[in-house]
Design a protein around this ligand. Structure first.
Ligand code: AHM
Ligand code: MG
Length: 346
């Protein structure tokens, strides 16, 4: 049974929960709390669009967009602008960075600067939208390291270990926001009737008996021997676990979320398919690191195959990294097998 940690039988909005956490852990200052509120608001606005995604063309051709004088906007661009506009003027951030923008995004000069930087993937898996498959937003919040003035690249290139908060929003059969400020992982489900996120998954932990492995098995011919051996190990009954079933949505937030609830491992390894992408596909700063932060908070672990994702010092804003994330025991096994098979260790 879910342990609601004192909230049993109560309707707890995300605002109330965040405020309670702030009072219990006063080091989580007001500004951080407010950035989380703003992400919850962004989630509602983006969700209201993604659930109408299939209608955009019909409405557009019926002239609705023309009346407004607006063109039908791509949803990932819409998500990008929504998050930016909700956060540019609040005085809480020194800079932002997004998968959609090549360089870091400065705070306009006319607004005050704050002590945090926000990195985000506004709509991950957006190629899935046309097929009505779940997509997600991922965000990561660091305290700035520079003393004053506009935020710099150095403020954004911090290891995941320094994150002060991270989370994701999943636009699925319902909309969920899941976040951590370093005091456990908490999930909220949007009740569209009242427009509020309600606490539905307090203190999430990976179940000890994992069920699923998630990987794009279509790339198997390009995998290294270590990843091949690892996948075979996952499929078999072993002393530690029963053989796992394969589930792969191809939408990182949805795959991560399912494994967090059911137990399992998601991996997007480096492979030999595209020599231009030796680090796999996923991005360190706003995909792998925030999910790694949540995974460790939920009793799991994330690795690039050799070391903890959270310990990697980023060198570029959009750098890619191999990612193995899920139950700790499963991810550590990936490290062992990659070490043995791909690095020539005994
Ligand atoms: P995107 O950032 O361009 O949307 O790509 C990221 C997505 C992830 O959601 C997902 O895990 C991965 O791409 C799937 O890639 P593939 O189709 O190669 O399996
Ligand atoms: Mg992405």
């Amino acid at each position: 049974m879910t342990d609601f940690g004192g909230y049993e039988g109560k309707l707890v909005t995300i605002e109330r929960f965040i405020l309670d956490q702030q009072m219990a852990f006063p080091e989580a200052k007001g500004a951080l709390t407010n950035i989380l509120y703003d992400m919850a608001l962004a989630a509602k606005i983006i969700a209201s669009k993604t659930t109408r995604a299939g209608l955009a063309e019909i409405l557009g051709s019926a002239g609705e967009e023309n009346v407004q004088g607006e063109e039908v906007q791509k949803l990932d661009v819409f998500a990008q602008r929504t998050i930016y506009r909700l956060n540019d003027h609040t005085g809480r951030l020194a800079a932002m960075a997004s998968e959609e923008e090549e360089e870091i995004i400065p705070i306009p000069e006319r607004f005050e600067l704050g002590n945090y930087v926000l990195l985000f993937d506004p709509l991950d898996g957006s190629s899935n939208i046309e097929m009505n498959v779940s997509v997600g937003t991922i965000f990561a919040i660091h305290r700035r390291v520079t003393a004053h003035g506009p935020g710099t690249l150095a403020d954004c290139l911090q290891p995941g270990r320094s994150l002060v908060a991270a989370g994701y929003i999943l636009y699925g059969s319902s909309t969920m926001m899941v976040y951590s400020t370093g005091n456990g992982v908490h999930g909220f489900t949007l009740d569209p009737a009242i427009g509020e996120f309600l606490l539905s998954h307090p203190n999430l932990k990976y179940p000890s008996k994992p069920k699923y492995y998630s990987v794009n098995q279509g790339y198997q011919p390009y995998w290294t021997p270590g990843v091949q051996a690892y996948t075979e190990w996952l499929q078999r009954d072993t002393p530690e676990k029963k053989g796992l079933s394969l589930r792969y949505i191809g939408s990182l937030v949805a795959d991560f979320h399912r494994n967090l609830l059911s137990g399992g491992v998601f991996y997007y390894p480096a492979d030999t398919k595209d020599p231009k992408k030796p680090g796999g596909k996923l991005r360190l700063n706003y995909e792998a690191a925030p999910l790694a932060f949540l995974a460790e908070q939920a009793g799991g672990y994330a690795s690039d195959g050799a070391q903890a994702i959270l310990d990697i010092q980023p060198t570029a804003l959009h750098q890619r990294v191999p990612l193995f994330v899920g139950n700790r025991m499963l991810v550590e096994r990936a490290e062992e097998l990659i070490h043995v098979h791909d690095r020539g260790a005994a």
